[in-house]
Design a protein around this ligand. Structure first.
Ligand code: SF4
Length: 389
């Protein structure tokens, strides 16, 4: 495997990049469509099995390219039909992905980075620090693996994964090029053929990257907002000090305009008791978004070790929702799924080799606190934006 590391990885090339590769090789561009179909539509990664490609070209591809996908190291099935898988990536870290089946659709939540540098206060992924950007093959590989595990390559008309949300570990827009290429493979008809409405990029608000998105994709977007004013948002999301709310909403409006259809972004709001769940904040949120067409997804916080945050009472959640609904918003509240496997998986995704040493400090704090090393990733506070898109 290591010997192949310098070769182009066919599993991580968009149709456009495959075409460029075949042009460089002096081959016809339609070879790109054949390869992308074999790998991403049929799930075939053995070049010898690609029977519509001539033997000499297959031999050449075996010499000059490779097909590498990440590995599943553990899988967990929930009684409610959800699955979590732990994925090992080349940097040595592990990330996780979650599949949630619901009536009429199956949503896969995937990761874009091992760890995260942004340190949102409600998210344990942030507490692990940043390790590495996932490659295109490691991002699209999660969808490939989920299809393999769920029988999605068996030629059935309906694939098990109908929706993808980039809401696992990491900030997708800080791994911009790789995420854009992976999203283009998700939406490519010769590959997974997912509609633009069913692929959602969730961002904490990297404004310059949102401004660039329209030149690369027309996927749907979800915004991690979590507070209706800059003072509070900067406390819980340090990125807000760099890109405050007004700039963020301006950038998202620009992206939505570029789409030229009736889609609206999803605003994610994690409700934390005593921090951002006050009724006045619901009114402030309604006022903030009055000229900003959107849907709102409320996510009751899931407590984790070394976080003092608590989940609000059901009454507080209902009150917050009601204020927004009465102001005319479509509001969904995340329903808890996969509880029975959530904790077990959360224990495993803490294995991020942190280059910023944040995970070492977290481990030391844990020892001092006498905790048992249980960590949760962002997917434990998973918001299925696809509910609303
Ligand atoms: S919520 Fe997202 S952006 Fe914030 S620390 Fe977690 S993974 Fe990073």
């Amino acid at each position: 495997m290591m010997a192949h590391n310098h070769l182009p990885n066919l599993a991580g090339l968009s149709l456009e990049k495959l075409r460029a590769l075949f042009a460089e090789m002096g081959e016809k561009p339609f070879r790109a469509t054949q390869i992308i179909k074999w790998i991403h539509q049929r799930g075939v990664v053995d070049i010898d099995a690609m029977t519509d490609i001539s033997k000499p070209l297959r031999e050449r591809l075996k010499r000059e390219t490779c097909i590498r996908l990440p590995l599943i190291t553990e899988g967990f099935a929930s009684a409610d039909g959800s699955h979590k898988w732990i994925i090992q990536v080349a940097s040595g870290s592990s990330v996780e992905m979650v599949f949630i089946p619901e009536a009429g659709r199956g949503t896969l939540c995937i990761s874009s980075q091992a760890g995260c540098s942004l340190d949102c206060s409600f998210c344990a992924t942030g507490k692990q620090g940043f390790n590495s950007n996932l490659t295109v093959a490691e991002i699209i590989g999660q969808l490939w693996l989920a299809n393999r595990e769920l029988g999605g390559f068996k030629g059935a008309l309906e694939r098990p994964v109908s929706n993808v949300v980039m809401m696992g570990m990491g900030e997708p827009l800080l791994n911009f090029e790789n995420v854009m290429d992976a999203v283009s493979i998700m939406m490519e008809d010769s590959a997974y053929g997912l509609s633009k409405r069913k692929v959602t990029i969730s961002t904490s608000g990297v404004v310059p990257a949102i401004d660039r998105m329209k030149d690369f994709t027309d996927a749907s977007i979800a915004i991690s907002l979590h507070a209706p004013n800059d003072e509070l948002r900067s406390q819980i999301m340090p990125i807000n000090r760099k890109y405050p709310i007004k700039e963020l909403l301006r950038a998202v409006s620009g992206y939505m305009e570029s789409l030229g259809d009736k889609r609206v972004p999803v605003i994610e709001y994690t409700l934390i008791a005593g921090v951002n769940d006050h009724r006045q904040l619901a009114r402030d949120l309604a006022a903030l978004l009055q000229d900003f067409p959107c849907k709102i997804n409320l996510i009751p916080f899931n407590p984790f070790d070394l976080s003092d945050y608590r989940r609000p009472s059901n009454t507080a959640i209902a009150n917050f929702r009601q204020i927004l609904q009465e102001a005319g918003y479509t509001v969904t509240v995340r329903t808890t799924r996969a509880d029975d496997i959530g904790a077990a998986c959360g224990q495993l995704v803490g294995m991020v080799a942190d280059q910023t040493q944040r995970s070492r400090r977290l481990a030391e704090q844990r020892l001092q606190a006498g905790a048992e090393g249980k960590t949760y990733s962002r997917t434990d506070n998973l918001a299925i934006a696809a509910d609303s898109v």
